[in-house]
Design a protein around this ligand. Structure first.
Ligand code: BES
Ligand code: ZN
Ligand code: ZN
Length: 482
């Protein structure tokens, strides 16, 4: 796929594409009177039948895609545009139309951004393991603008960077557990560091043991594929000295549950248990390539949670990096143990703001489902920025309470803490993490267990990894860096 922002039509377009929102034609100032009349008829037909949400008809003699962007419930108008563009791109590929001109003369920058995101989502395919690959057909999208060519070209370039990072995250997440082990993930991080010029530090199990990162060691020691911690640093010269954002990702390349073994049904989906690490790695890649003026560090907590003779036993007690002792009540509540080290590391890096992303609890899946990420924060200002950034990116967030009343459930019998708490599973997990957040630090925890991986197609993602989090993190970095 190619996106070209032009100041006049090249004459190569084989078809036009028109977008509709509600009963009005958007971006239509370019249409003749006769075409407008014809288009009205199609529009009515889409509202009342017999036309579908996407029609391919002649308009004033030109083959034209009519794209209805006003159908799905519960989504913002920008999200409708993404979905509409996604549908258009799928059809253009199917019909093998090599060049489509998008009639976007009146589009606002955020509308253009949404449409371009939608086009890119239609490109994503995870076919590494298919013997018959779908034939790839490359479509050129020509966007003819008036005086906004410079601004719109920058938007198109920025979206391309973000989307490439999202696709990488989705590829890592969709890759089966035996093929994306902690050490393979380390090589992926090294590739990103090389591509972007980021500083990288890799700690293997020896270093982790020596330095007391016992959460990761406890979780990962039962597997042949041993745990790692990876730290990446982006420190641009023009960044403010007072702000340092650390992004911490849960990177369980597979979660069997360990000795507290998970049931067989659906266990394969636990290849997605490194979605937090994938999102933060994708995000720092985009932030660096976009040259955002903000200091960002990323900490990946990589391990595989396996059953085996060296695996941690229920009842085992270890001393975490911040000195607190923890009894492992349930080996399947491993994410919080791995993240305890990531949070401690973010503190040692002197981060002023920490955001951790984790497919942490089944309770969050039951509470908010696949469309909404529940998040916790100890800082209201940061929380409202997250909500705002999410909305800009069409990623839904909902604030959850760090309810101290439930903290008692985390008290250990023979240790300071235990890794399970009250019935409120997502809140208990967040309260556990809070025990490891360095003092005087703004912190937010995003539980993406429901939103990282879908088992049926949703919006503009086919089943599997959604890449959730990357866009909102980049947007947040953009806003915090301003
Ligand atoms: N990785 C899981 C959480 C999860 C569930 C992610 C569904 C994605 C989809 C996590 O490690 C886990 O197993 N949590 C347990 C904690 C419990 C034992 C306290 C859970 O939520 O059941
Ligand atoms: Zn688990
Ligand atoms: Zn897990």
């Amino acid at each position: 796929m190619k996106i070209k922002i032009e100041s006049k039509e090249s004459g190569k377009a084989i078809a036009h594409a028109l977008f509709f929102v509600k009963k009005s034609i958007q971006f239509s100032s370019v249409l003749s009177e006769k075409a407008t009349e014809q288009a009205e008829t199609v529009l009515n037909g889409m509202e009342e039948g017999p036309f579908e949400d996407l029609e391919f008809l002649e308009l004033d003699g030109v083959p034209t895609f009519f794209v209805n962007a006003a159908k799905e419930r519960g989504l913002t108008s920008l999200d409708h545009l993404r979905m509409a563009a996604y549908r258009l791109a799928k059809q253009a590929k199917k019909k093998q139309i090599s060049c489509v001109s998008l009639m976007l003369a009146d589009a606002a920058p955020e509308q253009l951004k949404s449409i371009i995101h939608g086009l890119y989502y239609a490109e994503y395919e995870f076919d590494r393991y298919k013997t018959k690959k779908q034939k790839s057909f490359s479509v050129v999208y020509e966007i003819v603008v008036q005086d906004q060519a410079k601004e719109f070209s920058k938007i198109a370039n920025d979206v391309a960077i973000e989307q490439a990072s999202i696709s990488m995250a989705r590829d890592w997440i969709n890759t089966p557990g035996s093929d994306l082990t902690p050490s393979v993930f380390v090589s992926e991080a090294e590739k990103i560091a090389k591509e972007t010029g980021l500083k990288i530090k890799v700690r293997d199990i020896k270093a982790l043991q020596k330095e007391g990162y016992n959460g990761l060691v406890t979780v990962g020691k039962g597997s042949q594929s041993l745990p790692y911690m990876v730290t990446l640093e982006y420190k641009p010269a023009k960044a403010s000295k007072d702000l340092h954002l650390a992004l911490v990702g849960k990177g369980l390349t597979f979660d069997t549950g360990g000795i507290s073994l998970k049931p067989a049904t659906g266990m394969w989906e636990m290849c997605c248990d490194m979605s937090g690490a994938a999102a933060v790695l994708g995000a720092i890649r985009a932030i660096a390539l976009l040259k955002l003026p903000i200091r960002v560090s990323v900490v990946l907590c990589l391990a595989e949670n396996r059953i085996g003779s060296k695996a941690v036993l229920p009842g085992d007690i270890f001393t975490a990096k911040n000195g607190k002792t923890v009894m492992v009540d349930n080996t399947d509540a491993e994410g919080r143990l791995a993240l305890s080290d990531g949070l401690a590391e973010a503190g040692l890096l002197k981060a002023t703001h920490i955001i951790d992303l984790a497919t942490l609890t089944g309770a969050m899946v039951r509470a908010l489902g696949y469309a909404i990420t529940g998040f916790f924060s100890n800082d209201e200002k940061l929380a409202s920025k997250i909500l705002e950034a999410g909305q800009t990116c069409c990623e839904k967030f909902w604030p959850m309470p760090l309810e101290e009343e439930y903290a008692d459930g985390l008290k250990g019998k023979f240790a300071d803490l235990q890794n399970t708490g009250s019935d409120a599973g997502a809140i208990s997990a967040a309260l556990f993490l809070k025990e490891f957040v360095p003092e005087n630090t703004s912190w937010s925890h995003w539980d993406i267990a429901g939103t990282a991986f879908v088992t049926k197609p949703w919006k503009y993602t086919s089943h599997g990894a959604t890449g959730i989090g990357v866009q909102t993190l980049v947007e947040l970095a953009r806003q915090l860096g301003e």
